[in-house]
Write a protein that binds this ligand. Structure first.
Ligand code: SD4
Length: 333
């Protein structure tokens, strides 16, 4: 918590965070005091500020009449290729042995889904996940099996982690020799991209991709590649995705829970809030337990909610992108 307190990101108040952190691109504008809303046309939402660039690429697909599935794949590929991002894709932090392993999943309007976990040496786990969905009878491939599959389907191999990331890991390693030491959870090592889109045909899809918990134990999978935890789509109802401490999300089958709450008539924001409250109720120690949910329903209503302050999401509708602060249950301080 001390480390977290040092981070100005979480110290900022709700609107303070939105106004000082968001650096919108040309097409982006800020909106305040809008934790939820409704869109009339195609719409894409995604977690955190890296969602701005990702949404803009997803929007290019949606605005030309493309499918939500293609939009979310193209969108999150943007983040996976961003070498400055330390928690998604090739710029991500490695596990405690120094190996960068990536997790991703994707789900479409027909409830088809694909996932990869613990994938090493490939830039676009989301596309490998889609390939698993479309070209195998399985939903999830992990580790060496996933890598062999990616190779067989012609995905180019990349060298990871990046040199500078490896240097950081070496420094970290010197100070962290205890095997089960819990890494500090903060904004820098917990900002997976989850993206949800509704296309012009009224179909929903979602994608989620991450390098996971920085310096995790080798073999650890979080919620992000797990359908129902990091992501869930039901085209009759809505879609949801999660970010934050994956272990906590898995415990309540988080994204599935959010979608089921929407099925029962809750708005996206209310559904996210109730899922967060369920997490809070199940954990005695909430230190560093940040989780954020983001949801989009079949009618274009969207909303998000998080355990602690600091979670925000990028919203693109009518060709405009903005950052929206999620409401939250409690302050870090
Ligand atoms: C995980 N949920 O691996 C991911 C990390 C994350 O925002 O979402 N960070 O637990």
């Amino acid at each position: 918590m001390t480390e977290l307190k040092r981070r100005t990101f979480f110290k900022l108040g709700l609107f303070g965070a939105a106004l000082s952190i968001v650096k919108p691109t040309k097409a982006a504008s800020l909106i305040e005091n809008s934790f939820e809303g409704k869109s009339k046309g195609p719409i894409v939402v995604s977690t955190w500020e890296h969602g701005i660039a990702a949404n803009e690429n997803a929007w290019k697909v949606l605005i030309t009449g493309g499918k939500a599935l293609d939009a979310v794949e193209q969108g999150v590929r943007t983040t996976e290729s961003d070498v400055t991002n330390r928690s998604v894709g090739i710029g991500g932090r490695p596990d405690r042995d120094g190996n960068l392993t990536l997790d991703a999943c994707i789900m479409d309007e027909k409830s088809r889904c694909g996932a990869v976990g613990y994938l090493e040496g490939y830039e676009h786990p989301i596309s490998v996940a889609r390939m698993v969905m479309e070209n195998t009878p399985h939903v999830m491939l992990v580790g060496r099996g996933a890598e062999d599959f990616a190779k067989a389907y012609g995905f180019p191999k990349v060298k990871t982690p990046l040199k500078e990331v490896k240097e950081d890991w070496k420094e970290w390693k010197k100070e962290n020799k205890t095997l089960f030491e819990k890494p500090v959870i903060n904004h820098e090592n917990h900002d997976t991209i989850g993206m949800l889109a509704l296309d012009a045909d009224g179909n929903l899809s979602g994608a989620c991709t991450t390098s996971g918990w920085g310096y995790k134990l080798p073999g650890r999978l979080g919620d992000s590649p797990i359908i129902g935890a990091g992501l869930f789509v039901d085209n009759e109802v809505g879609a949801a995705c999660a970010t934050g401490l994956g272990e906590a999300v898995i415990r309540i089958a988080g994204s599935h829970t959010v979608v089921e709450l929407m099925r029962q008539g809750k708005s996206p924001k209310e559904a996210c809030r109730l899922a967060c409250e369920r997490i809070i109720a199940k954990h005695h120690d909430l230190t560093g337990l940040q989780v954020g949910f983001l949801a989009l329903d079949k009618n274009g209503n969207y909303g998000g909610y998080s355990v602690y302050n600091g979670f925000n999401f990028a919203l693109t509708e009518n060709g405009k992108t903005s950052m929206v602060d999620a409401e939250f249950n409690r302050n870090w301080d």
